[in-house]
Design a protein around this ligand. Structure first.
Ligand code: 5GP
Ligand code: ZN
Length: 113
């Protein structure tokens, strides 16, 4: 999607702080961190939100969760962490490209927001 911010980040047209990349996903630091660790996990394929996940494209979601389990290691993660995917306007989804926030390094309250 040519007008999608995260597609531009994947293409390198907008700079980002890369954490991890493979052929299916891109992981980078959130520009406005909401916790000491705040990564965004995104599929390289443009999927607009969690509402657009189907049997044809859902393998990347499993892959993202496998990589979260791999990357969420070390002192910042050992007391727990939070994974969030905002879906739609009421949930505060500001970028319409599926992404999973990985937040760590502080205490979190629940329910969120
Ligand atoms: P959402 O609000 O859609 O759940 O999450 C979008 C996230 O993308 C926000 O946490 C916001 O800070 C982050 N973000 C927006 N623009 C950029 C950008 O240009 N670079 C990076 N690294 N993060 C961004
Ligand atoms: Zn996109």
């Amino acid at each position: 999607m040519s007008d999608c911010l995260f597609c531009k980040i994947i293409a390198g047209e907008i700079p980002s702080k890369k954490v991890y990349e493979d052929d299916m996903i891109y992981v980078f630091e959130d520009i406005a961190p909401a916790a000491p660790v705040h990564y965004l996990f995104i599929p390289k394929e443009h999927i607009a939100s969690a509402a657009e996940v189907t049997p044809d494209n859902s393998a990347v979601v499993a892959h993202i969760f496998e990589k979260i389990a791999e990357l969420a290691k070390g002192p910042q993660f050992e007391n727990g962490y939070r994974i969030v995917s905002n879906c739609g306007d009421a949930a505060g989804q500001s970028v319409k490209h599926l992404h999973f926030h990985l937040l760590a390094g502080r205490e979190f309250t629940w329910p969120a927001g």
